[in-house]
Design a protein around this ligand. Structure first.
Ligand code: NAP
Length: 337
């Protein structure tokens, strides 16, 4: 089989290689991967950004894939050859609260990922894809959509009476916008560009703020809620945004701490957090149950993942550089022949 392998740290060290075909063991399924998607974490993993928590030389990158089961190992009950499946981000985390044991195994980081033609998964680590969903669409879900779901629905418990603020137009932010709108919530979004804001509003955001033009966007967002503040901020930018996110959040509201595209260290105004009774809640992707809920929600609410563009596996390095540039609107995907 063909696989994209990171021979040493750095996107320039990605090589398309021929590797032996894997065979499924007991309880495992062999999947012919048809599609994968990139996340900002892949940019970080290719730089060695997860330190000792990741495999470096020889890593097959990417965590999110979809394909067709072509063989099953002994004792497999849940799947048969021909089934269309999508993988979970943490293969061992099936349900319940996060647990260090499960969070130490992730694809495209600690373990080899899905930038390859064939991969073996435990039958517990894949889920069926709804009929109406393509392999490319399904491959956008395991990291970005599950994270957004965990923030907006599982922990944010967002409904029609709530207001949510999303940041930028990357994978997590757009899914958060879609899930919040599907729940009937009002969405305020911030972005670097007018053109992107127009597209975010076309997806349902009621208000858009250009954070490059409005440094005090937290106050502006608060005004947009009649001075009360939003119930939930889906924090994907990190260092440069946290201060304004705190300004934007209502008393007793929640900041779902997810990402750090603008940096990993931020100053925290402690009295504002304490007196505002704010909850800053860390989110670590999510479990298989969350992916199951995402698949059902996309199917029943007709939520179509937003795909910026699709590249062949051979062009993965170019796709990683594009995601690093921040130009994307939604997900960048890989088609695997
Ligand atoms: N904790 C978790 O479980 C988890 C899971 C998934 C992702 N993450 C993290 O979440 C972050 C987003 O991931 P992703 O895959 O969705 O990223 P992505 O698709 O690469 O999107 C990044 C977007 O962030 C926006 N952005 C950049 N700088 C910004 C700033 N200063 N203020 C506001 N927005 C800014 C840009 O949109 P505009 O041009 O529209 O501003 C950019 O397109 C990453 O840090 C990732 O590592 C964490």
């Amino acid at each position: 089989m063909k696989a994209m392998v990171m021979e040493a740290l750095g996107v320039e060290n990605l090589r398309l290689k021929e590797l032996p075909d894997p065979k499924p063991g007991p309880g495992q399924v062999l999947v012919r991967l048809r599609a994968a998607s990139l996340n900002f974490r892949d940019v970080l993993a290719l730089r060695g950004g997860y330190g000792s928590r990741q495999k470096t030389a020889g890593l097959i990158p990417l965590s999110d894939g979809a394909g067709e089961v072509i063989e099953v190992g002994a004792g497999v009950r849940r799947f048969k050859a021909g089934d269309r499946v999508v993988n979970t981000f943490f293969p061992g985390w099936l349900a319940g609260p996060p647990d260090e044991r499960f969070l130490q195994q992730d694809l495209g980081g600690m373990e080899d990922g899905v930038a390859c033609e064939l991969r073996v998964f435990s039958e517990e680590a894949v889920l069926p894809i709804p009929k109406a969903m393509s392999f490319l669409e399904a491959a956008t879900l395991p990291c970005a959509a599950v994270t957004a779901w965990n923030a907006v629905r599982a922990h944010g418990d967002i409904g029609p009476e709530n207001a949510v603020l999303t940041q930028g137009s990357g994978g997590v932010a757009i899914f958060a916008l879609q899930f919040a709108r599907a729940a009937g919530a009002r969405v305020i979004t911030i972005s670097s560009a007018m053109q992107k804001l127009e597209k975010l509003q076309a997806l349902g955001a009621q208000h858009g703020i250009n954070y490059r033009d409005d440094a005090e966007w937290g106050k502006t967002a608060r005004k947009m809620t009649g001075g009360q503040g939003v119930d939930l901020v889906v924090e994907t930018a990190g260092a440069e945004t946290l201060k304004q996110s705190i300004r934007a959040t209502r008393m007793g509201g929640m900041i779902a701490m997810i990402g750090m595209v603008s940096g990993t260290s931020a100053e925290l105004n402690l009295p504002l957090v304490a007196m505002g009774s704010l909850r800053i809640h860390g989110i670590a992707v999510g479990n298989r149950q969350h992916l199951q809920q995402v698949l059902a929600a996309c199917d029943t609410s007709k939520i179509a993942p937003v795909i910026d563009h699709v590249v062949p596996l051979a062009d993965l390095a170019e796709a990683v550089r594009y995601v690093e540039s921040g130009k994307q609107f939604g997900k960048v995907c890989v088609e695997i022949a």
